[in-house]
Ligand binder design. Structure first.
Ligand code: GLA
Length: 405
């Protein structure tokens, strides 16, 4: 990446007051569990977004994306989602901060934020690869605003506000994992996050003779965000049905495997069967909730494996997660399945699965270091034979979270 301070000065004829760097993330296990109050096991990586920032005085936001060579200028007043997606990751956060300021009695009068700012962004997180480049932008922006305007936000508040920005300006009803991991990552540590209460524990990631390799499908199917939101609704539908029998249940975190069978297995759920002649909706809701409840339990067991050094058991759970995501949750795609199948029977691959929201992006693989090059070659060939895309490889390190550069 270029020196962003130099770019900033060339662009805005001004000196950057602050530069913030915010990483992308991987997730070892715990997929589509965050918005179901479950557990996730992410880590921040050495691919990141940088923002350079300085205040203005004319009420305008001057935003420039260095990698795309695009500039957008808008007023700070009455911010609304824009057609340009990267802009929404900035102004979505600004809108949240404006709301926070308006609702915080200690900030009186017109706030300096409304006077506008110059910002430029750049990054090396591959876009659409499921490595949370959008969350990284949002976290970098809120961190810079917090510093520059002395907002006094905790990183916990920042995570929640950036999640809300994504809901309102990007239209994806995402969970908290991506932002949380980007803001709270630590070098060489994975983060077990309990999404029910945001309690988190760091564990050193010692993979011994193994390493993480990401295989990037190079595709992002268009239905990713609409299907993501649909999955959330399907989980909510399942909870409603379970509540008929167990009113105290609030989220899928509170639900046991037995309750899923008892309340959602279609052949036992006569009402739903009558309401839906083909039984497809019932089947879907059953499968979605079964996956999530299994996965929440699986993460907790996987962490025990990791701590006990039982790497094979851990890896097997990654394969099980992929199976569930592909068959029950139906967020995989042929390209991701090809990549997981390509390594499934390889004795040097402990585990592999699709990562993130799905419908494209990367698989995460734990591969024996000495075999990495040979496996990359083999998988690249298989992918070229079976698809019309060229596989990209990312070898990532686990790095610290959002910080000032
Ligand atoms: C996306 C979302 C996250 C999470 C994952 C799936 O990355 O942004 O909140 O739900 O998908 O685990």
């Amino acid at each position: 990446m270029q020196d962003i301070r130099v770019s900033f000065t060339q662009l805005f004829n001004n000196t950057a007051a602050i530069v913030v760097q915010s990483p992308g993330r991987i997730n070892l296990i715990g997929e589509h569990t965050d918005y179901n109050n479950g557990f996730v096991l992410p880590a921040a990586i050495d691919k990141c977004v940088q923002v350079a920032f300085a205040k203005r005085r004319d009420g305008a936001l001057h935003m420039h994306a260095i990698d795309l060579q695009e500039t957008v200028i808008i007023s700070t007043i009455a911010l609304q989602p824009q057609a340009t997606s990267w802009v929404n990751y900035i102004i979505g956060v600004v809108a949240q901060v404006q709301k926070y300021i308006a609702n915080t009695p200690s900030f009186t009068g017109a706030h300096e934020l409304d006077h506008g700012f110059d910002i430029c962004i750049q990054g090396d997180i591959p876009i659409g690869a499921g490595l949370s480049s959008s969350a990284a932008v949002e976290c970098a922006v809120i961190f810079a605003l917090n510093e520059m305007y002395q907002l006094g936000l905790t990183t916990m508040q920042m995570a929640l506000m950036t999640q809300q920005a994504e809901h309102e300006f990007a239209g994806v009803k995402c969970g908290i994992m991506d932002m949380f991991a980007s803001l709270h990552g630590k070098s060489n540590q994975v983060l077990l996050l309990d999404c029910a209460n945001l309690q988190h524990t760091y564990y050193p990631l010692d993979l011994k003779e193994y390493q993480i390799v990401l295989f990037d499908t190079q595709i992002k199917h268009a239905l990713a965000s609409s299907e993501y939101n649909t999955r959330r609704l399907e989980c909510e539908e399942g909870i409603k049905r379970i509540q008929n029998k167990y009113p105290s249940v609030q989220t899928l975190r509170d639900v046991s495997k037995q309750q899923v069978e008892e309340c959602l297995a279609p052949y036992k759920n006569l009402d739903a069967t009558l309401a839906d002649k083909n039984n497809t909706i019932s089947n879907k809701v059953y499968h979605r909730c079964k996956y999530v409840v299994d996965e929440i339990a699986r993460v907790q067991l996987a962490v025990k494996d990791l701590l006990a050094g039982k790497m094979h058991a851990f890896g097997q759970k990654m394969f099980d997660t992929h199976e569930g995501l592909s068959k029950l949750y139906e967020v995989s795609c042929p390209e991701l399945d090809i990549l997981v199948n390509a390594v499934k029977d390889n004795p040097h691959v402990l585990g592999a699965r699709m990562m993130g929201g799905g419908f494209g992006g990367c698989t995460i693989n734990i591969i024996k270091k000495s075999e990495v090059q040979a496996i990359i070659k083999a998988v690249t060939d298989i992918y070229a034979q079976k698809t019309s895309y060229t596989l990209q490889i990312h070898q990532v390190k686990i790095e610290q979270g959002t910080h000032i550069k």
